[in-house]
Design a protein around this ligand. Structure first.
Ligand code: NAD
Ligand code: SER
Length: 321
């Protein structure tokens, strides 16, 4: 059997850096090729191969897949919810064409597996607000959500039509300290941690009572790899799995951080991102992922808060803050 050789597209981003690091631990540094449109993230430098690559350039991508003898692709390049609303055409173009390029090449080169993340943004105002189930009304109102919903069904299509092994998770808002967030609505939570440590003062762009599904990055990375390593017969969802661990509001996160940093202050100035947040569920039912391949989170709010504050570099402000 051919040795696994993985290409991570979008490896310099918030998820890509940590996913590449973890994949390199499992598969060996030389067998995980990091790639991105922007420069290699400093945390990845010297840890394994890196290629500069635009996922929109199908020919160039195809050449790299053949040249590097790739057997699996993790596609992370995308425009997220808040940035997407500023340029809907660009978001649709990258999020859709990037995925279709990868799926076509994976089919033509008979790759073993493809991973592509969806999001809680597939859900819209008509979806259930609490414990939003795997299968429900899905009527997204953001261009990001529309692209994720369409993408899920393209993954499903390539699975049923061509027998491809494409796997996906609907990530909630991901919280991390290694690489800055890329322009999402849930980024407020990361900003709050940075500002708590740097300025002890934060103006939040969502209202204090806005509950959203969230997850700490170590749980998200583990979920991704566990899904990809699960036996194929355990995978019953070929669109994208609901996955959950936490649900909290800005006020609850603030109160948790304040336990560690008592002089931290917050104010609220909701902007256009409030409408996006209001269109999403407050919590997610992920029982299908738990039953199918044994998903189980490790971090609660208190444990995540302690770990974030311990590891965040002191005095640094959030990338998008
Ligand atoms: P990010 O913006 O931090 O990283 C995306 C990376 O893709 C960036 O490094 C960017 O330079 C790169 N990129 C952009 N255009 C490219 C192109 N044309 N070719 C190659 N690379 C390109 O995003 P992220 O937060 O790491 O998200 C990764 C994936 O996970 C996305 O599909 C996103 O929708 C999904 N997701 C993320 C979250 C979250 O909270 N971070 C939640 C749900 C889903
Ligand atoms: N964190 C993402 C966003 O806010 C959810 O997909 O866009």
């Amino acid at each position: 059997m051919a040795k696994d050789k993985i290409l991570v597209i979008g490896a310099s981003g918030q998820i890509g850096v940590e996913l590449t690091q973890e994949l390199r631990k499992i598969y060996g540094d030389a067998n995980v090729v990091a790639s991105d449109l922007r420069e290699e993230n400093s945390l990845l430098k010297g840890t394994g191969p890196y290629v500069s690559l635009d996922v929109m350039n199908k020919e160039m991508l195809h050449v790299q897949v053949i040249r590097q003898r790739i057997t699996q692709i993790y596609l992370l390049a995308a425009i997220l919810s808040a940035t997407g609303e500023k340029n809907p055409a660009l978001a649709w173009n990258l999020n859709m064409q990037g995925l279709l390029n990868v799926l076509d090449i994976a089919r033509d080169e008979n790759l073993d597996k493809v991973y592509w993340p969806s999001s809680i943004a597939v859900f819209g105002p008509t979806s259930p607000k609490r414990a939003c189930p795997q299968q429900t009304i899905i009527e997204p109102t953001t261009v990001y959500g529309i692209s994720k919903f369409a993408g899920e069904f393209w993954c499903n299509y390539y699975c049923w039509r061509y027998g491809m092994d494409v796997r996906s998770l609907r990530y909630p808002g991901l919280i991390s300290y290694k690489s800055g967030p890329g322009g999402g609505t849930t980024d407020y939570a990361i900003e709050m941690f940075y500002e708590a440590k740097a300025e002890k003062d934060y103006t939040c762009f969502l209202k204090e009572g806005t509950y959203l599904p969230m997850m700490y990055m170590p749980d998200a990375i583990r979920a991704t790899i566990e899904l990809m390593e699960a036996p194929a017969e355990k995978i019953s969802v070929h669109t994208s799995y609901n996955i959950a661990s936490l649900s909290f509001s800005p006020k609850e996160l603030y109160e948790q951080i304040k336990k560690e940093i008592p002089d931290f202050n917050i104010s609220y100035q909701p902007d256009y991102r409030q409408n996006i947040a209001d269109s999403w569920p407050q919590s997610i039912d992920d029982s299908v992922a738990r039953n199918d391949w044994g998903w189980q989170e490790q971090y609660g709010l208190a444990a995540m808060t302690k770990d974030m504050l311990l590891n965040l570099p002191a005095g640094q402000q959030s990338a998008n803050g």
